[in-house]
Design a protein around this ligand. Structure first.
Ligand SMILES: [Zn+2]
Length: 234
């Protein structure tokens, strides 16, 4: 926690360049930087500015008439348990759990995961509440494309073949997500995930590939920008 706190403060200070060069106003810093809510919003801004995953998703939605605004579509809140984030489909808003997200990398993954749900919500008429297969599909895509399973790969790659492990990880994370937000038993959730797995696992929009790491995501972002440029020239 202490180790993390040093890092977090750096993110905050780097966004206030005049405080760096001028005399630091300790009172102001203590009030604003050190609250969970402020720290959460600063980390969100860093994600939106620097993560190729998030930038691609935000751009793709802008192109589909679903522009994403930081203040309108994100809310930093305290959450129960170990939940990191969620997507409120009713008001189209992403909840970020400010008491459970302590590192920038974690924030990047949560924002990306939830933006994939937002993307699905934007492009398709998703029946989140009555059709569990719709929810399963979006959870499969979020686990597959957000890089969260690539992260686990780093730890577990000696246990499984890489490709096989990735699929297994996606399936398990999708199951876990469904069980966390819906009052259904494991069999029902498994049935829904298995029924749509192949289709949704192979749907890589808007990335055009599975971005296994930041480098992949950067290439995907570059290709996405070129793709759009190409279309606009037609
Ligand atoms: Zn999810």
């Amino acid at each position: 926690m202490d180790k993390g706190r040093d890092k977090e403060e750096d993110y905050g200070y780097s966004l206030f360049p005049e405080h760096k060069t001028g005399k630091p106003n300790r009172g102001l810093m203590a009030e604003s930087i050190l609250t969970f809510n402020h720290r959460c919003r600063v980390m969100l801004q860093v994600t939106l500015d620097t993560s190729p995953y998030a930038k691609l998703l935000v751009d793709a939605m802008k192109g589909s008439g679903c522009a994403v605004y930081k203040d309108r579509h994100f809310s930093c809140e305290d959450c129960d348990g170990t939940v990191s984030g969620g997507f409120d489909a009713e008001i189209s808003q992403i909840v970020l759990c400010q008491n459970n997200i302590h590192q920038q990398q974690h924030m990047n993954r949560v924002v990306t995961h939830e933006l994939i749900h937002t993307f699905d919500h934007c492009r398709a008429h998703v029946d989140w509440f009555r059709n569990i297969k719709h929810l399963a599909c979006s959870e499969i895509r979020a686990a597959n494309l957000s890089g969260e399973c690539a992260f686990v790969n780093e730890v577990c790659r000696f246990n499984f073949g890489l490709k096989q492990h990735h699929q297994k990880c996606v399936r398990e994370r999708a199951l876990r997500s469904i069980l966390a937000v819906r009052n259904v038993n494991k069999e029902t959730a498994e049935k829904a995930v298995d029924a749509v797995f192949n289709t949704c696992f192979n749907d890589h929009e808007p990335f055009g590939r599975i971005p296994h790491n930041r480098k992949d995501a950067k290439y995907a972002y570059r290709d996405f920008q070129n793709r759009n440029r190409y279309y606009s020239n037609l």
